[in-house]
Design a protein around this ligand. Structure first.
Ligand SMILES: *Cc1c(COP(=O)(O)O)cnc(C)c1O
Length: 399
């Protein structure tokens, strides 16, 4: 029996495989240097160019570049007028920021459980949670898989709710031939280092509504009148006015420099991740201790941001966290996306959520493990990940 490194055996890899390592090409590096040399590092022409290029890629009417996806979600709720006493429904299987932004507006995050198969929010569970106070739904396209939008949009129409889409994982995704970012009231994207398009920190907000787009843009830069970023440019100073106590959410040209070339490679990088995805599927398909990601629905496109497996911990001698440590000791970084958010301290204490409230999210949250899936990896890296997973499953299986 091949002994795991964590039990004193030798590791699969000597050089650690970093989880979510971005692929950065010469073009990004040259563009960043060009921006530094230009002397204009802040919001400016490159940010505008990136916005336009992203807008065209998505096919939305507007795209507003921001310094994070969280800023986008926060702004969307702000522009939609979410306030004290309102309720906003979202999934418990998401990153903290999806629900934090609801709390920022003094509204209550109402969780609705997920499907056990796709791990996305279940529209029937959403409907059970709708009250007179419900104002919006924040859907999350988990790991890059679009939610069931036929059902969700039926609910938003019937109950007159806003739909804000957290597409942090899903810039490439399509639902029934419609691009993610074109059908919700607002859609927020993330360009954090590990995401499919990365600028270090960064985000984008898309909408098809002219008034909302204008409001979001103004509020993203202190709430001062339009094109305030030009106030130090060659066009000369023009007086501006504060229209609203806005936020400091603008993107800089320095980071937009990455985005321009990351976006040029977005489809190419997706193909690489698709290939690795199928290598994992093939390697693990007969392993009964693992549950693999569900296949896609027809006419939808998965953004392939995260390849997560569920460890059937009932059949293993160790739990998920120990498995993660064992992978690390084999020289492979993995991630957890996510543990059920309603069980985190803040949500338990502020809103009274407890264990047992959302059994499907808890089931997945206790077992999920994301394997590295970056276009910066080689096929050999993928083979190493597969070898490590199989080694650990074989060693720790109960029967
Ligand atoms: C990464 C992530 C965010 C936050 O993105 P930032 O750009 O870091 O603010 C929001 N939601 C989900 C689901 C994420 O994975």
């Amino acid at each position: 029996m091949n002994t795991p490194a964590i039990e004193g055996g030798s590791p699969i890899r000597k050089q650690f495989l970093v989880f979510g390592k971005p692929k950065i090409t010469k073009k990004e590096i040259e563009e960043v240097l060009d921006t530094i040399r230009s002397g204009w590092l802040g919001t400016g022409p490159k940010t505008k160019k990136f916005e336009e290029k992203f807008r065209q890629y998505i096919g939305s009417k507007h795209a507003i570049a921001l310094n994070s996806c969280t800023a986008g979600l926060h702004l969307a709720l702000d522009v939609l007028g979410i306030k004290d006493g309102d309720e906003v429904i979202t999934t418990p299987l998401t990153f903290s920021s999806t629900a934090n932004v609801i709390a920022h507006h003094h509204a209550k995050p109402i969780f609705a459980d997920i499907f056990k198969g796709t791990w996305n929010i279940d529209p029937q569970e959403i409907e059970k949670k709708i009250t007179k106070r419900t104002k919006a739904i924040i859907s999350v396209d988990l790991h890059g898989r679009p939610c069931d939008y036929d059902a969700i949009l039926k609910l938003t129409k019937k109950h007159k709710l806003f739909l804000v889409e957290d597409a942090a994982h899903a810039a490439e995704a399509m639902y029934k031939d419609k691009k993610v970012g074109t059908f919700a009231d607002f859609t927020a994207f993330s360009f954090y280092v590990t995401k499919n398009i990365m600028t270090g920190e960064g985000g984008m907000l898309t909408t098809n509504d002219d008034t909302w787009a204008n409001e979001a843009r103004i509020r993203s830069l202190h709430g001062i009148s339009k094109d305030a970023w030009k106030r130090y440019s060659a066009e000369g100073f023009s007086p501006y006015e504060t229209l609203y106590p806005g936020y400091k959410y603008n993107m800089m040209d320095l980071v937009a420099s990455f985005g321009l070339h990351q976006l040029s490679n977005v489809e190419k990088n997706l193909k690489v991740r698709q290939k690795y995805w199928h290598m994992y599927n093939e390697a693990f398909k007969d392993i009964s201790e693992l549950t693999l990601p569900a296949p896609e629905e027809q006419h939808t496109r998965h953004g392939r941001h995260l390849y997560a497996i569920l460890l059937q911990t009932e059949k293993l001698k160790i739990d998920r966290n120990r498995f993660l440590d064992a992978m690390k000791t084999e020289g492979i970084g993995t991630g957890i996306h996510f543990t059920a958010l309603h069980l985190h301290k803040f949500f338990r204490e502020a809103y009274g959520y407890k264990k047992g409230d959302f059994p499907n999210a808890e089931y997945v949250g206790d077992r999920t493990l994301s394997l590295p899936l970056s276009p910066s990896m080689t096929s050999q890296d993928v083979q190493d990940v597969i070898a490590a997973v199989l080694k650990l499953v074989k060693y720790y299986r109960k029967s």
